[in-house]
Design a protein around this ligand. Structure first.
Ligand code: PSU
Ligand code: MN
Length: 302
């Protein structure tokens, strides 16, 4: 197989220790350089501080790398959007042609699963885009969550998406959406969305027990754990929503479509908030790394 697993990660998987996958689209397309590299390296550090083994995933010269080196992370950050964003439909092409690729939530899950990594921490997942009733733009992340056995810890999905429709699709596809210490689906930059999650968990052990039960029942697919940004680091929902509306309007005016939507919106929102959204984004990924590693630890301790 076209996959290279870092020896430390390989060893940890074999011994049933908590390996935590991390994605590379958030590095190359989700944040500007050098904050993207600093964040990616800091996230790896947080995973380690909590007793986990980080495995940042991406594609280099057609090889799926599970557990990048810091030099590789630096290269993904520096090259940024030069590296194609790779979702499920792109994966075979990118690998067959020997290209580099930044893995989204969907393809990070695929490569993690092939390597035997069961937990994955990120910022936010893709979902049903606003206006999807006309554009049909629904992230392949949702389909991947439906079929691939990896638990994803995130801060919900941001209001650039249609959150109620995203939850409906997750329900149809049988993906449990758990709120970590909350009854509400967090909306990324803010803690509240006004939408209920399927159930709430308050400890890593409660989350681990649900994941384990899903596996025992043979119910294929992911579990989505949504961990709200802390109060101090969150941005007021009404303020950020005004910014999001204006970014969406500009996107429409510029005719940006498909896979370019999410990176455009993230950069635009960071721009319009004078970097506040970027700061919040970085902090919430740190929180997710801590919580995700604790859940992975509880899972392997069962
Ligand atoms: N949401 C974020 N930050 C991100 C992404 C989503 O808050 O960086 C990235 C993830 O890699 C996700 C992808 O898998 O965007 C979704 O893109 P699309 O909607 O084109 O599937
Ligand atoms: Mn899309």
């Amino acid at each position: 197989m076209n996959i290279k697993i870092n020896p430390e990660v390989q060893e940890a998987i074999k011994e049933g220790r908590p390996v935590v996958a991390l994605e590379s689209t958030i590095i190359s397309h989700g944040m500007p350089y050098p904050q993207n590299v600093e964040t990616a390296l800091q996230v790896e550090k947080i995973v380690r501080e909590h007793g986990g083994i980080p495995a940042t995933i991406g594609i280099i010269d057609g090889i799926g790398i599970v557990g990048m080196t810091s030099d590789e992370i630096e290269a993904f950050g520096k090259k940024g959007q030069e590296i194609p964003k790779v979702s499920r439909r792109d994966l075979a092409t990118i690998m067959a042609t020997g290209s580099w690729g930044a893995t989204t939530v969907a393809t990070t899950m695929i490569l993690a699963n092939l390597a035997g990594v069961e937990f994955f921490v990120t910022g936010g997942i893709g979902g049903v885009h606003r206006g999807a009733e006309l554009t049909f733009d629904v992230s392949a992340d949702l389909e991947e969550l439906a079929r691939t056995n990896v638990t994803v810890i995130c801060a919900g999905a941001k209001a650039i998406l249609d959150l109620p429709k995203t939850l409906e699709v997750l329900e149809t596809k049988g993906v449990p959406v758990l709120g970590y210490g909350t009854d509400e689906l967090p909306a990324f930059y803010s803690r509240e969305s006004g939408l209920k999650v399927d159930s709430r968990v308050d400890t890593p052990e409660e989350a681990a027990a649900i994941i384990k039960m899903k596996r025992e029942l043979g119910l294929d697919g992911g579990v989505l754990i949504t961990n709200p940004i802390s109060k101090e680091e969150s941005l007021p929902a009404d303020e950020i929503n005004v910014v999001i509306e204006s970014a969406l309007l500009e996107m429409e005016m510029l005719g940006i479509k498909g896979k370019d939507c999410t990176p455009f919106l993230l950069a635009k929102i960071a721009d319009l908030t004078g970097g506040d959204s970027l700061a919040a984004n970085i902090k919430l990924v740190f929180n997710n790394a801590a919580v995700g590693t604790e859940i992975a630890k509880a899972y392997f301790a069962q």
